[in-house]
Design a protein around this ligand. Structure first.
Ligand SMILES: [Zn+2]
Length: 281
């Protein structure tokens, strides 16, 4: 992991990406504030953490502080096909700089793993990270909104996942909206990031797969499919599903389940069909 840089001089592409983020400050902050205000009462015991985020966002000078104090980081990765992918992170507090850099580097290292698995260029040439503004994290289309690691670990308790896979997860949502399918991608990318081979037996991070009992659903069913049909057939299924765009928060459509059955050898089609039948969300 490269050391946290001091004041940076952005490339033209990085500067354009940074300009894009700062032009959106007013809307972004209003949206963050509305989400935090709405979800605060639903999370008893976390009021103080919410209030710290809300107070930062209520500062009318926050946008100009980020610009003037350079509370941002930029970097560039070479994506598939030699494309330059610009990374930009902004954060609301100078104490978050090292953590924001770390998150940016995790995203940067995850990018080629995702492109290779999906067999398709990342859908954007700009990846923006809003770091530390929100409780919880979300992502899609190259925009990552990440809770800062300090806040996340401060409220961590079982069965919450470790922090770093969250970054892989939110980046993967650029390809796949559907949550269960995306949780498999999170597991795959994070294990590869740790240096493990694509073989399931090598993986150390499996969410709570090993302690599950009963019928496997969601990502756990997809892990079973992966174990049955292997890496290349699973990749082909994901590449087909990418074209079908199964959305977040909705039951997985039949044609997406069928994409996995289609890639299974004849002898395993019934078993894979039965496993995929249990993937709903
Ligand atoms: Zn998700």
């Amino acid at each position: 992991m490269p050391p946290v840089p001091g004041a940076q001089t952005p490339t033209a592409q990085e500067q354009a990406a940074l300009n894009g983020v700062t032009a959106q400050f007013r809307n972004s902050f209003a949206n963050f504030l509305a989400c935090l205000t709405e979800s605060r009462p639903k999370n008893p015991g976390m009021e103080a953490l919410y209030d710290a985020k809300i107070a930062a966002l209520q500062d009318p000078e926050l946008g100009s502080k980020i610009v003037n104090n350079k509370w941002w980081l930029v970097d560039t990765a070479t994506g598939a096909g030699g494309r330059a992918i610009a990374f930009v992170a902004v954060y609301p507090n100078p104490a978050m700089r090292a953590e924001a850099w770390y998150a940016l580097q995790v995203a940067k290292l995850s990018l080629p793993l995702l492109e290779e698995f999906m067999g398709a260029q990342f859908p954007s040439t700009v990846i923006t990270v809003h770091y530390g503004f929100m409780m919880g994290s979300s992502g899609g289309g190259g925009g990552l909104i990440l809770e800062d690691k300090t806040t996340y670990m401060g409220r961590w308790k079982p069965p919450m996942m470790p922090y770093d896979p969250v970054i892989c997860h939110e980046l993967s949502h650029a390809y796949i909206g559907h949550e269960g399918l995306n949780q498999f991608l999170e597991i795959y990318v994070y294990n590869r990031l740790l240096g493990h081979t694509p073989a399931f037996a090598d993986w150390v991070y499996l969410r709570d797969y090993k302690t599950l009992t009963g019928v496997k659903t969601g990502y756990a069913a997809i892990l079973d499919v992966f174990k049955a049909i292997g890496l290349e057939a699973t990749q082909r299924a994901y590449r087909a599903v990418y074209q079908l765009k199964p959305p977040y928060g909705q039951v997985l459509p039949e044609n997406c389940k069928q994409a996995f059955v289609d890639q299974a050898p004849e002898a395993l089609k019934t078993a894979v069909r039965n496993m995929m039948a249990n993937v709903t969300y």
